[in-house]
Design a protein around this ligand. Structure first.
Ligand code: HEC
Ligand code: HEC
Ligand code: HEC
Ligand code: HEC
Ligand code: HEC
Ligand code: HEC
Length: 429
């Protein structure tokens, strides 16, 4: 054992030494150059430049990543301080850029120091890291969405298997040591088990049997639960959608009316999911979310990545601000789904009865990820029909029926149930 340890720790020490040496020399090396701070540059960039520039995308002005390689440092300083002056001076490069982007004029920034400018340029020279960040965020969110139970389940399952393995090894070792001790003490160990078939030895070992039964029970419970979640019989069903669409951001923070997107809720049986064209009414000019929209759980990069998915689906090219003609449908996962033999009509409830969406769907405007709020059972429908009075005001069609029925039941107000909301055929085809 000792022989094994020594060369190991030697290489370790060597490795650490080498790493220290490297980092030391590189920090020495860095000090030779004028110190530019990309972090400070990022802040400056977001303050002064982000309104017209993006690092990787053409906006009002060109994409700026790697701009330090494209132009001389002096030229860049002159340009940023006052691009129009440089253009008027007849500088070839400046005129060429102007020809491409005019009449958009870049603001002059005489207030920025040489240090500021170097910091900004250093920031634009940072290696692109966005796709990686988006990937991580995307998979992270996918994990934290619907499949979170899956991840936890996997961990539990893995842990169980590990425990089982350790137990087996321990049993084996204990057995071996006991035998050795017995041998050393000259005790004769009877080994009739050797001739026993394996299954019988297993059955006779109560401990192993119990462990196996527990494992089987846990395993099947895990899969049964997974199956139930999958077919969505559960209240709270919250699948991962192809595009992370936040009702909280849209209907909540930005106050967009539910019916702007679910326009058929008022007039037809179904509410429907909006087509991507509806999204593009706004998103043609909203390619990214503002810094303040990001939360601890979902970064700005993640949200921007989701809008990029929308663009990919409709075939919108941000750099040219035009459609490419290559689109692919987004398959939203359906959350609410009554069995086929049930008839439910949105307009009847939303327009005729005047029930707010939130009564049945919960506080949607606060949901980052939409989930099924109500149980959608028959009992749930009936309960409400018995509790809710039919809205009569401004509804000529009902006035007459109402008068007749009210007489029949001897009441002023009719519930939905009394209006026929209990009849099997109203809800079942
Ligand atoms: C009001 C919009 C606006 C702002 C703010 C702005 N720019 Fe520009 N920038 C432009 C436009 C437009 C062009 C293209 C040339 C033109 O039309 O003047 C440009 C061109 C450039 C170029 C030339 C890049 C190339 O590849 O051709 C650089 C470098 C540049 N800007 C840097 C900056 C920096 C750094 C800031 C922030 C300190 C900044 N700009 C702020 C609009 C802006
Ligand atoms: C900007 C468009 C938009 C607005 C505004 C909006 N939604 Fe949605 N809604 C969607 C999209 C897209 C989906 C599908 C993706 C999802 O389930 O998150 C959806 C899904 C739903 C679903 C689940 C559908 C299913 O599969 O069962 C319900 C319920 C819903 N919205 C209710 C509301 C309510 C209530 C409001 C208002 C508070 C609202 N929505 C506002 C776009 C919108
Ligand atoms: C009425 C305007 C409007 C419509 C319609 C609209 N959005 Fe948005 N969307 C916004 C605004 C505003 C933001 C937030 C911008 C911010 O925070 O800076 C946003 C943010 C987003 C985001 C990032 C945050 C998130 O929810 O994950 C995505 C993705 C998105 N929208 C997708 C869609 C899709 C898909 C549709 C169509 C079903 C759609 N949007 C329809 C205005 C709209
Ligand atoms: C009385 C309860 C109730 C009210 C009020 C209600 N919904 Fe629904 N909603 C349901 C039920 C039940 C389903 C499932 C329908 C199905 O599976 O056929 C559903 C399904 C949906 C769906 C999924 C797509 C569809 O049409 O099946 C969307 C989107 C939706 N509702 C949006 C809304 C919006 C937006 C409002 C408000 C304007 C609203 N709902 C009001 C009960 C309600
Ligand atoms: C939040 C309360 C509420 C819930 C939940 C609800 N309903 Fe209703 N429902 C009403 C009201 C109120 C009316 C009466 C509307 C009117 O004035 O015609 C109604 C009417 C109806 C009617 C028409 C009855 C008639 O006499 O023509 C049908 C069908 C119906 N509901 C089906 C359903 C089904 C199916 C569900 C469950 C999936 C459901 N409702 C859940 C409140 C509700
Ligand atoms: C207000 C609407 C409504 C009325 C009225 C109604 N049902 Fe239902 N019924 C439902 C809904 C919604 C479901 C689906 C429940 C689910 O998926 O869990 C259902 C499911 C059922 C089922 C299947 C049960 C199951 O477990 O799958 C039967 C059978 C049934 N109803 C019979 C009836 C009979 C008989 C009547 C008349 C006495 C009636 N229903 C009246 C809404 C209604």
């Amino acid at each position: 054992m000792k022989k094994m340890i020594r060369p190991n720790s030697m290489t370790r020490i060597l490795g650490i030494g080498l790493a220290l040496l490297l980092s030391f020399s590189s920090s020495l090396f860095a000090q030779d150059q004028p110190e530019a701070d990309p972090a400070a540059g990022k802040t400056l960039f977001n303050t002064y430049c982000a309104a017209c520039h993006h690092l990787d995308r053409r906006m009002t002005g060109p994409a700026l990543r790697g701009v330090g390689d494209k132009f001389e440092r002096e030229w860049l300083h002159a340009w940023i301080k006052n691009s129009q002056a440089l253009i008027k001076s007849g500088d070839e490069e400046a005129v060429r850029i102007w020809e491409e982007y005019k009449p958009a004029v870049m603001t002059p920034f005489p207030q920025l120091s040489e240090q500021d400018l170097d910091d900004i340029i250093a920031y634009t020279m940072e290696v692109e890291e966005e796709p990686a960040a988006t990937d991580v965020a995307a998979t992270g969110a996918a994990g934290s969405g619907g499949s979170s139970s899956g991840i936890n389940g996997d961990i539990v399952l893995g842990a169980l298997i590990l425990v089982f393995g350790v137990l087996v090894v321990m049993l084996f070792l204990v057995n071996k040591t006991l035998r050795k001790i017995a041998e050393a003490n000259g005790v004769e160990v009877k080994t009739p088990e050797k001739t026993k078939p394996l299954w019988r030895a297993f059955v006779q070992n109560q401990f192993l049997v119990i462990v196996t039964v527990i494992l089987l029970l846990l395993g099947s419970a895990y899969y049964a639960f997974g199956y139930m979640m999958q077919i969505g019989v559960d209240q709270g069903y919250e699948p991962v959608q192809p595009i992370h669409f936040s009702h909280k951001i849209h209907a909540g923070d930005n106050g967009i009316d539910c019916k702007y997107c679910h326009s058929s809720a008022r007039t037809s049986q179904t509410s429907g999911i909006p087509s991507l064209n509806v999204c593009m009414n706004c998103h043609q000019s909203i390619p990214e979310v503002s810094e303040s929209t990001a939360t601890a759980e979902y970064s700005k990069e993640f949200y921007d990545g989701e809008i990029a998915k929308l663009y990919k689906a409709v075939g919108w090219d941000v750099s040219t601000q035009s459609y490419t003609g290559e689109s692919q449908p987004v398959k939203w996962v359906r959350i609410h789904d009554l069995p086929d033999f049930v008839y439910f009509n949105h307009s009847q409830h939303v327009s005729v009865a005047g029930i707010a969406c939130q009564v049945c769907h919960g506080e949607v405007q606060e949901m980052e990820i939409l989930h099924q709020h109500a149980p959608l059972t028959m009992g749930w429908c009936i309960q409400c029909h018995q509790d809710t009075n039919v809205k009569m005001e401004g509804n000529e069609y009902y006035t007459k029926i109402h008068e007749e029925l009210a007489k029949k039941y001897g009441v002023d107000q009719l519930t939905a149930a009394q209006m026929g909301g209990m009849e099997c055929a109203k809800c079942h085809y």
